[in-house]
Design a protein around this ligand. Structure first.
Ligand code: SAH
Ligand code: SF4
Ligand code: F3S
Length: 436
C-alpha cells in the first residue's frame, strides 16, 4: 500500500535538517512525500520547545490537523522533535489526536513505529542516544533552494545554560565523522549547490577523533573554491584563534560569524551559566577584527532574564553599541519547565518591563544594522545569486560573504552565478546595488 506523508517543520535549522533526514528514512521505507497536507495519510510535525510561544504555535496548528482527522479517521498524526522529547508520553494524554511521538535521536525507527500506528496502536520512542549522528543517511533536500544547503555536523548540547531547554531535548553533544561531511559537501557541489552551512548547537566545539572544527572547515573549503562555506552557531567560549586564522586563509569561507552574547551584563551572564564574561567576549571580538577585518558579526540577545536590573539592561545596550552588530535575533525570556533557571530563580521581571526592554534592544539593533549597511555603500561585493526578489521580478537577490542580502537589477545572470555588485543604497535590512 502506497502511503503518503506530509511534514511541517518548526524551530531552528537543525530541525529543518532533521526533517530532510526523516524524508530520506520514510522514502526509503516506501512512503511518498506530498505537499498538500489535506491529502496525506500521515501528518508529522517536527516541533520546537525553545520558548513557550514556539510550543503554542505547534498546539494551535495541531488543532487544525485534529479537526481534519475527525473527518478522515484513517489519518495518523505524529509529533517529532523537541516537544516530543520534552513532553514524551504526556503529549498523547494531553492531545488525543496524536498517534506517534518520536524524539530527535529515534528517526531511524520511524518505519517500524509507523507500522505499529497502522495497526491502530499508539507509538512512542523518545530515547536519546550518545552516538546517533545519522552520518551516512543522505538527506532528501526539501524546499526550493537549489543553491544553498545545510549539513548537520554535530548534535546535542551539554552546556546547560540556565534558561535553555536544548540539552534536555537534544541530549549529549556528539560530532559526526568528518569524511561523511566532506563527501556530502562534494556531492552537493556536484549537484550544483554553491553554498553550504555547517550546523550544530555549538559548531565550533566539533571534535571527531583528531579533527577539530578549524580543520574540518578547511577540508570542506577545499572541496572547491566555488563552494561557499558558512557555519552556525558558534559559542564564544570555543572561538579559537586557529579557527579565525583558517577563515582568513580561505576566501570561500564566508566572513560572517554568529556569536550569541545573550546579555551584556556580567552578573546576568553568570546567572545564565554562559561560561564567559563580557571581557572574554570582547577579546574574541577584537580577535575577529584582527584576523578578519571585513567580517560581519551577528548575535542573539535575551531581554528580561531572571533578576535583570535596569543597569544590566543598559549594559546590554552599551555592549551592542561597542560591538556594532550587523544583525541580531532578539527574544523575551521565556521560562522553560525543568531548566536550572525555572527550578532556582524566580521569573521576576514583569511582562511589561520585558517588553519595553526588548523594544529598546530591537530599536538599538535597527540603528546598528542601518549603520552597518550604510558603511557598505560604495563598496563592491561578490554576490552569489539566489533568486527573484520578493518585491519585483525585475530584481534578483543574493548574499555577499558577510551574509547580507543584496538586491540588484536583473540582466542575464542565473541562480547560482557569482557576480560583482557595487552597493549604491541600503535600508536596515538590505543592500541595493548595481552589477558591474
Ligand atoms: N546553541 C546556540 C543557541 C540555540 S537557541 C547558542 O548557544 O548560542 C537560539 C537562541 O534562543 C539562543 O541563543 C537564545 O538567545 C534564545 N533562547 C534560548 N532559550 C531561551 C529562553 N528560555 N527564552 C528566550 N530565549 C531563549
Ligand atoms: Fe542552549 Fe546554551 Fe546549549 Fe546554546 S549553548 S543550545 S543556549 S544550552
Ligand atoms: Fe527549537 Fe529544538 Fe532547535 S528547541 S531551537 S528545535 S534544538
Amino acid at each position: 500500500m502506497n502511503r503518503t506523508f506530509f511534514i511541517e517543520t518548526y524551530g531552528c535549522q537543525m530541525n529543518f535538517s532533521d526533517s530532510e533526514i526523516v524524508h530520506s528514512v520514510l522514502i526509503s521505507a516506501g512512503y511518498t512525500p506530498i505537499e498538500n497536507y489535506k491529502e496525506a495519510d500521515i501528518i508529522l510535525m517536527n516541533t520546537c520547545s525553545i520558548r513557550d510561544h514556539a510550543e503554542q504555535r505547534v498546539l494551535n496548528r495541531l488543532k487544525e490537523f485534529s479537526f481534519l482527522k475527525k473527518k478522515k479517521p484513517h489519518l495518523k498524526i505524529g509529533i517529532l522533535g523537541c516537544m516530543a522529547e520534552r513532553l514524551k508520553e504526556e503529549l498523547m494524554l494531553l492531545q488525543q489526536s496524536v498517534d506517534l511521538v518520536v524524539g530527535p535521536d529515534a528517526y531511524r525507527n520511524l518505519p517500524s513505529l509507523l507500522n505499529t500506528v497502522e495497526s491502530g496502536e499508539k507509538a512512542v520512542n523518545v530515547l536519546l542516544s550518545e552516538e546517533e549522528t545519522y552520518a551516512e543517511i543522505e538527506p532528501v533536500r526539501v524546499g526550493d533552494n537549489q543553491v544553498s544547503a545545510f549539513i548537520a555536523i554535530m548534535r546535542g548540547c551539554e552546556n546547560f545554560c540556565a534558561y535553555c531547554v536544548v540539552p534536555y531535548t537534544r541530549g549529549k553533544e556528539r560530532s559526526r565523522d568528518y569524511e561523511t561531511i566532506v563527501n556530502e559537501a562534494q556531492k552537493l557541489f556536484d549537484q550544483g549547490y554553491r553554498e553550504i552551512t555547517l550546523l550544530g548547537q555549538n559548531v565550533n566545539s566539533y571534535q571527531y577523533n583528531d579533527v577539530n572544527f578549524a580543520q574540518l572547515l578547511a577540508r570542506v573549503a577545499e572541496v572547491n573554491p566555488l563552494l561557499r562555506v558558512r557555519f552556525a552557531t558558534s559559542h564564544p567560549k570555543d572561538l579559537s584563534d586557529e579557527l579565525l586564522q583558517t577563515m582568513s586563509q580561505y576566501p570561500n569561507i564566508c566572513k560572517a560569524i554568529h556569536l550569541p552574547i545573550q546579555s551584556g551584563s556580567d552578573a546576568v551572564l553568570k546567572k545564565m551559566k554562559r561560561k564567559y564574561d563580557t571581557a572574554w567576549y570582547l577579546d574574541r571580538i577584537s580577535a575577529i577584527r584582527r584576523y578578519l577585518p571585513d567580517c560581519s558579526i551577528s548575535t542573539d540577545i535575551i531581554a528580561g532574564f531572571c533578576s535583570e536590573t535596569e543597569e544590566d539592561h543598559q549594559n546590554t545596550l552599551n555592549l551592542m553599541e561597542t560591538v556594532g552588530y550587523a544583525s541580531a535575533f532578539m527574544f523575551k525570556y521565556s521560562e522553560r519547565p525543568d531548566t536550572f533557571a525555572a527550578k532556582n530563580y524566580p521569573d521576576d521581571v514583569p511582562e511589561n518591563v520585558k517588553s519595553r526592554r526588548l523594544t529598546e534592544i530591537i530599536n538599538k539593533q535597527q540603528e546598528l544594522s542601518l549603520k552597518s549597511n550604510q558603511s557598505d555603500v560604495g563598496k563592491t561585493f561578490e554576490v552569489l545569486v539566489e533568486g527573484v526578489s520578493k518585491k519585483s521580478n525585475k530584481r534578483y537577490f543574493g548574499r555577499n560573504s558577510q551574509n547580507k542580502v543584496v538586491v540588484f537589477n536583473h540582466t542575464n545572470e542565473k541562480i547560482g552565478d557569482y557576480i560583482q555588485v557595487q552597493i549604491t543604497d541600503c535600508s536596515a535590512i538590505t543592500l541595493i546595488g548595481k552589477r558591474l
